[in-house]
Design a protein around this ligand. Structure first.
Ligand SMILES: *[C@@H]1O[C@H](CO)[C@@H](O)[C@H](O)[C@H]1NC(C)=O
Length: 208
């Protein structure tokens, strides 16, 4: 019996994997709620399942002194349909990943180097915040606002994973102040005064 079980895969083997094994993204077509369409298995190679982009530090010379290097399905087509993805987070001293959400995924953060103050806010507006050290992991439930701040004097690095191949990212301040939503409407809906809104729009590139 055992012999038959071992032989079974060979009886049905072909030179190429079937589409049931995986669905490597064909990035020539647009993404859909069900993911990208599959690249033909005949064209799939091992390189579709390997991503080397996280080995290099991201460029933290920017307003937030931080860089997120994504390994989402758009960069790493082998993730398509598998329900997870990853990213690298570099935080220079005083760096911050501003308050943001991933509408499509929960996040798991693993501190590789340095100290990171991280937290999220529940829909009941309770705050869960913790100073993390190397080796700690913290989870951020799907859709909730959260942030990460460098809490040490040197560069901090984390590897994050997401429960979606395409978790999405919306940064709260950018949503409010980095577009052309008219200032009076921003003021009305946030209770901030005109000077504060104009200041943040100037810093973040918003107009109106
Ligand atoms: C990092 O980004 C800054 C600002 O965009 C740029 O001036 C600089 O050349 C970049 N550094 C590297 C190493 O790419």
């Amino acid at each position: 019996m055992l012999h038959i079980l071992f032989l079974f895969p060979f009886l049905f083997s072909s030179s190429h994997a079937s589409v049931q094994d995986f669905c490597v993204a064909s990035l020539t077509m647009p993404d859909t709620p069900a993911g990208f369409p599959c690249k033909s298995p005949k064209l799939v190679t091992v390189d579709d399942f390997v991503f080397s982009g996280l080995g290099m530090a991201g460029n933290t010379t920017n307003i937030i002194k931080a860089a997120v290097t994504p390994a989402f399905v758009g960069q790493f087509p082998g993730l398509n349909g598998l329900g997870f993805s990853a990213a690298r987070l570099d935080l220079a001293p005083a760096g911050v990943v501003p308050m943001h959400t991933h509408p499509g995924a929960s996040e798991l953060l693993f501190v590789v180097r340095g100290k990171i103050l991280a937290g999220f806010i529940s829909s009941a507006n309770d705050v869960y915040v913790k100073s993390l050290k190397r080796g700690d992991i913290m989870v951020f439930p799907q859709g909730l606002l959260h942030f990460q701040v460098n809490a040490g004097g040197s560069t901090a690095i984390a590897v994050v994973s997401f429960s979606s191949a395409n978790p999405g990212l919306q940064i709260l301040d950018f949503a409010l102040f980095a577009n052309n939503l008219p200032s009076p409407l921003v003021e009305k809906t946030t209770f901030l005064d005109d000077a504060q809104v104009k200041k943040l729009k100037a810093v973040l590139g918003g107009t109106g």
